[in-house]
Design a protein around this ligand. Structure first.
Ligand SMILES: Nc1ncnc2c1ncn2[C@@H]1O[C@H](COP(=O)(O)OP(=O)(O)OP(=O)(O)O)[C@@H](O)[C@H]1O
Ligand SMILES: [Mg+2]
Length: 325
């Protein structure tokens, strides 16, 4: 690491002013002339920290880990707090929809324990199958029996009846709502939402899916247009993408060269998923060469774990100077 560092003398180490409170739990690499050779255990511990810190495969579920989504959280809170209104969180894959909603539910259940929060993935299931699942979860949360939902053959009226009989406020998240393609099923969801709003039932729906699905749902089912608000999640500003990377690398006891940081931010295209991918694999590459400083070569190596499509997109936007939205 030291030799490399001297070779890159011209490159200035990025000053990592934030994330100090979360400083690495692993032993820092000594900065004196004598470099201690890390033991096998040190090496394993550092890899473990990287794998736990960068999680491209799982959504973020705590507010402290959610970067750059304050405005969307506020918007979501406003909708949920408005009787008769429901939200549709819309964005491209990997932008952080499930993360946003998970953090929101985490806060809601902490701040208002009287609200029963349920989240389910739609997975191209039918209206009946989804409601059978959701109602069973609601009743389980409330400690009530649920034998009648073991049959998938539950009617629209059954759903309405069961929702009316639940006495606590409900927050129901239908994730991957864009997986439901059948018009009859979608019309049933729209009708139910309308009934919930018109009867001033204390129920808020949050749907999650692609922007296309959100617009189509709102346009097609005119009866819910007034009740449905779409929250679009944009890609993160470069400064926020940098924050995801820097705070997490810092936690792993790693530092980064300036040019490596700009490349990482550029390649991520403002998509949190790619921040996590680049962060993880660049860190593992640096560690595999016994370094605590991440270089351009590590970031370039990490990009082999990204889709060609995204790499192309970042190349085009850096050439044309296109802003991330
Ligand atoms: N605001 C954020 N800050 C830090 N990491 C984030 C943020 N949002 C998302 N991530 C990370 O990005 C990845 C994708 O997030 P998530 O699963 O929430 O996206 P999604 O939009 O729901 O994707 P999909 O459409 O495929 O379901 C996860 O690794 C998650 O940890
Ligand atoms: Mg998701």
């Amino acid at each position: 690491m030291f030799t490399y560092f001297l070779r890159c003398g011209a490159g200035r180490l990025r000053s990592l002013s934030y994330g100090q409170r979360n400083a690495a739990k692993v032993a820092p690499v000594p900065t004196g002339t004598a470099v201690a050779i890390p033991t096998k255990e040190d090496f394993r511990a550092r890899i473990h920290t990287v794998v736990k810190t960068f999680t491209p495969g799982t959504p973020v579920s705590s507010l402290a880990e959610l970067v750059g989504r304050e405005a969307s959280l506020r918007e979501l809170l406003n909708i949920v707090a408005s009787p008769g209104e429901h939200a549709f969180i819309a964005s491209a894959r990997g932008t952080g929809k499930t993360s946003l909603v998970s953090c929101f539910l985490d806060c809601a259940s902490g701040a208002a324990p009287q609200i029963t929060c349920v989240r389910t993935n739609c997975e191209n299931s039918s209206f009946k199958a989804i409601w059978s699942k959701v109602l069973r979860r609601i009743l389980a949360r409330l400690g009530m029996a649920s034998t009648q939902f073991d049959k998938v053959d539950i009617s629209d009226l059954d759903v309405e009846f069961e929702l009316v009989s639940v006495k606590t406020p409900l927050l129901i998240v239908l994730d991957d709502f864009d997986e439901i393609l059948n018009h009859t099923e979608l019309a049933q969801f729209a009708t139910l939402m309308k009934v919930v709003s018109d009867n001033a039932m204390d129920i808020s729906f949050i749907m999650v899916g692609s922007p296309g699905a959100a617009t189509l749902f709102k346009r097609t089912y005119i009866l819910i247009q007034r009740h449905l608000r779409i929250i679009t999640l944009n890609r993160l500003q470069p400064v926020k993408a940098q924050e995801i990377l820097v705070s997490r690398w810092r936690r792993c006891g790693l530092e980064i060269m300036d040019d490596a940081m700009s490349l990482a931010v550029e390649l991520s295209c403002g998509l949190p998923y790619y921040c996590q991918v680049i962060g993880k694999y660049a860190a593992l590459l640096a560690l595999s060469q016994n370094r605590s400083v991440i270089t351009v070569a590590d970031v370039a190596g990490a990009s082999s774990h990204m889709d060609e499509h995204i790499l192309l997109m970042s190349a085009i936007s850096s050439k044309t100077g296109l802003e991330q939205t």
